[in-house]
Design a protein around this ligand. Sequence first.
Ligand SMILES: *Cc1c(COP(=O)(O)O)cnc(C)c1O
Length: 415
Amino acid sequence: MIETKTNVTGLRCVKCSQRYDERPDLYTCPACGIEGILDVEYDYDLVRQELNKETLAHNRQQSIWRYLPVLPVGRGARLPTLQLGMTPLYDAPLLASELGLGGLLIKDDTRNPTCSFKDRASAIGVTKAAELGRDTISVASTGNAASSLAGFAANMGLRAFIFVPETAPEAKITQLLVYGATVFAVQGSYDQAYYLAMDAAAEFGWYNRNCAINAYLVEGKKTCGLELGEQLQDGMADWLVVSVGDGCTIAGIWKGLVEMQKLGVLSRLPRLLGVQAAGAAPIYESFRTGDPLQPIPANTLADSIAVGQPRNTTKALRAVQASGGAYVKVSDEAILAAIPRLARATGVFAEPAGAASLAGVMAARESGVIGPHERVIVVATGNGLKDIKNARRTVGQPFSVAPSLDEVRAALQQQ
Ligand SMILES: *Cc1c(COP(=O)(O)O)cnc(C)c1O
């Protein structure tokens, strides 16, 4: 194993607050079991010496690795070479005024190497697996975590074992097979695939990339928050909006934003708006009622957030509470309508779960949760080409014409 120094001080259980030293086989809190999700802690005095406004201004690394001092990855670690992160933030002034907002920014995470936000987590997963000398890595996923892991495993020369519900969109399953992963299409829900993957990783000794139980993965997801903190600095928006399935993404982004404030880069934090699909909204319900989370059978076409039994509820609820934010739920129709709306206003084509965040902004404007003239960031988390079947339902048909100018003219007249 390579000797790699990090600024990590240990892992803390989000349930009982017990602190642990890092250990290769430690996934969740031994006392609390599967609900005892761990959180990685750092020595921020050390981090601040290497990562602050001045060092960032001179850092030419245009990827998530510019934040290495606040990642659980050592200096000598072998890193994936796929270009990841530092995704653009687009201004959408027309859509902002249509929605009665003071500003609308789109964080375009559809353009990561395997076309989703999940690449941020997978990059850390494969790096940790390699650091531990493991040659196999596994995951259960609604689709994107899997295709992402498969791509990054290929890049690092690791073997990937993947569990997805057999209903996952064809493009995502194709990505897996093309990247050379061993794929188990589970005849059941994502929740069932999740348990099977847990059992298989334990049985066969694979490194488990499941984001909720592997604390290091959320550290990858937080790089989106780190980037936003650096991109906006003194001009942070009022709201940050992201869709929520397991809850790792929203919790990760929040952690990154808070860290950027701690490091003196970001002056003010946004409120978080968590968006769930109406047919898979257990975190929304728990936030609304204050009751413990009730698992439900998930039913939404937004496959990436079709999670009935979320794994990271505690972190997801705490992040939104700490930010003074809110949860909303949106119908599948609203999600579908948001796909062309976003694409036509910005050129960013998102999959249903990626456009759900924009649908959430509209719902929050209507209910008054987001006020007029507030500035909003929407994170587009996944690429529209991953699920063209649903995208196709939102648009009309092309004109079918013979190769003749007359038919083009006739079609134009029809229009
Ligand atoms: C996974 C995913 C999400 C939600 O992330 P969670 O950590 O499950 O809350 C949102 N959008 C896309 C495209 C995803 O793949």
